[in-house]
Design a protein around this ligand. Structure first.
Ligand code: ADP
Length: 480
């Protein structure tokens, strides 16, 4: 994973990281954009104000200039001289008489084309406060006022300053400022995203740690975040306290299950013994009594079976399930289990061996229990005229046993849950088949206890395949 995909693993619009990043980045962008706009506006104002000031100064001084020239020259020539004196290449002045005729005009204004000059001088009204106007693609400051000499009205004075060069430079600068601001906003957003991602890391850590908690490791699990911020440390402390309470509750429940199973199993076994001995003397019983006793014996047997399974699970949960591991050929163990299974059922069970004998390290008794459980399920959940097949395979480092039936099958939705305790798919039907919903969870516990794993694949109406994989030993290993 590269750095960017670590920072944005998958953008979740509702995550705290996305919300914080968007929020902080938006506020930074708004702040920066406002600062950039204000700077541009202020600079524009300063630039234009200086030009306006320049125009006002010209308008203020022009009458005095005319007065000085008028001491030696006629008023028309004095006016022209004063205008030329105050104009330059980008300042144009002209004076119009009452009948709108130009009586004097700058002669040294040469920056723009004659058409611009004609357009400017033909403007009928000039603003009395200097303002910027865009005329034919060029920027001008326009200003107009009445021109008087010693109280005598001379005409209407118009002053125009061409500020296109300054304005173009200013616009280029604003564009650069905008690009720079956008880049800065992008960089700031990235830095903020990385910072927020790092700050939220401890929370992700807590989430990963709590996701890995199972009943078996509840007591040992501690969320340890020594370098995290105090708020997250507080959260970790609360989670640890909750884990400790859960662990105690789980331990109590385990203890209770174990005790109750133990306490009930002994009297029930005695009752079952009595019922069996009464059933052996069936010649003394009426038909109804026989039926009642048979039902009672069968229910008692089922209940003892459940209690034994519960005891096994309680032992496994508290770590008291001891595995007496030895080296065996799977082939021999499978034959043994099948021999036992056929004694209790008339079902046809065939074994398909794909490879040479496979050596594994397992607990003999538990391995047989696993196989008997899976075969028993295959028999229970398929029609009597179908057969059960046990396949033996090997992969590079695994020995694989598959128990296949051609029964009802299990839908995908149930497949992920049948290994849970007390989970039965069709409660009514399975109850009558003497099922407890504990068999597969015991299979899972035992197989995992021996270092393997068990999975199921199934097609509704076609049957199910339960696959047990166990670590395989080298072929030349000698068995027990
Ligand atoms: P049970 O004692 O009910 O058989 P299990 O834990 O062995 O308990 O099985 C759980 C549930 O999974 C069963 O109730 C049954 O519905 C389903 N199941 C188990 N094995 C099979 C199978 N081979 N074919 C169809 N369903 C099965």
């Amino acid at each position: 994973m590269n750095r960017l995909s670590r920072i944005f693993p998958k953008v979740d619009p509702f995550s705290l990281q996305t919300r914080l990043t968007i929020g902080v980045a938006t506020f930074s962008a708004l702040g920066l954009a406002s600062l950039a706009s204000w700077t541009s506006w202020k600079m524009q104002e300063i630039l234009i104000d200086s030009h306006k000031e320049n125009i006002k100064q010209i308008a203020l001084r022009l009458p005095r200039d005319i007065e000085i020239y008028n001491d030696m020259l006629p008023v028309e020539i004095a006016l022209q001289k004063a205008i030329d004196n105050r104009s330059d290449s980008n300042i144009l002045l002209w004076v119009k008489s009452v009948d709108a005729k130009i009586i004097a005009k700058s002669t040294n204004f040469n920056l723009v084309s004659p058409s611009h000059v004609t357009e400017l001088t033909s403007l009928s009204k000039m603003p009395i406060t200097a303002e910027v106007n865009l005329i034919n693609g060029r920027y001008f400051i326009l200003y107009g006022e009445e021109l008087k000499l010693k109280g005598r009205y001379l005409g209407k004075l118009s002053i125009v300053k061409d500020i296109t060069n300054d304005q173009t430079m200013f616009i280029a600068m604003v564009k650069s400022l905008t690009v720079a601001s956008i880049l800065v906003i992008i960089i700031i957003s990235l830095i903020i995203a990385i910072y927020i991602q790092r700050s939220l890391q401890p929370l992700r850590h807590i989430s990963q740690m709590t996701a890995a908690i199972k009943p078996e490791n509840l007591a040992e699990t501690k969320v340890d975040l020594s370098n995290a911020p105090s708020e997250v440390k507080d959260l970790a402390k609360t989670v640890n306290m909750m884990l400790s309470r859960l662990s105690q509750a789980w331990e109590k429940e385990r203890q209770f299950t174990s005790n109750i199973s133990h306490e009930l199993r002994t009297p029930l076994t005695i009752i079952y013994g009595y019922l069996q001995s009464m059933l052996r003397r069936k010649q003394n019983l009426t038909e109804i009594q026989l039926e009642v006793l048979e039902t009672a014996a069968s229910e008692t047997e089922n209940t003892i079976h459940i209690l034994e399974e519960l005891l096994d699970l309680a032992r496994a949960d508290s770590g008291y399930l001891r595995f007496n591991l030895g080296t065996y050929r799977i082939n021999d163990l499978v034959n043994e289990a099948v021999e036992m299974a056929v004694k209790n059922s008339s079902r046809q069970i065939e074994i398909e061996v794909e490879s040479d004998p496979i050596m594994v390290k397992v607990d003999h008794q538990y391995f047989i229990q696993v196989l008997l459980n899976l075969i028993d399920n295959g028999v229970k959940y398929s029609d009597p005229d179908t057969k059960i097949t046990i396949k033996l395979k090997r992969s590079e480092n695994k020995g694989i046993i598959q128990v296949c039936d051609r029964g009802h099958g299990i839908t995908l939705q149930h497949q992920s849950r049948i290994f849970d305790r007390f989970y039965r798919i069709d409660e009514a039907r399975t109850r009558s088949a003497g099922s407890t919903g504990l068999g597969l969870s015991i299979v899972k516990t035992l197989v995992e206890g021996m270092g393997g794993n068990v999975t199921v694949s199934s097609q509704v109406g076609e049957g199910s395949v339960f696959t047990v994989s166990l670590p395989r030993l080298p072929d030349n290993t000698s068995d027990n």
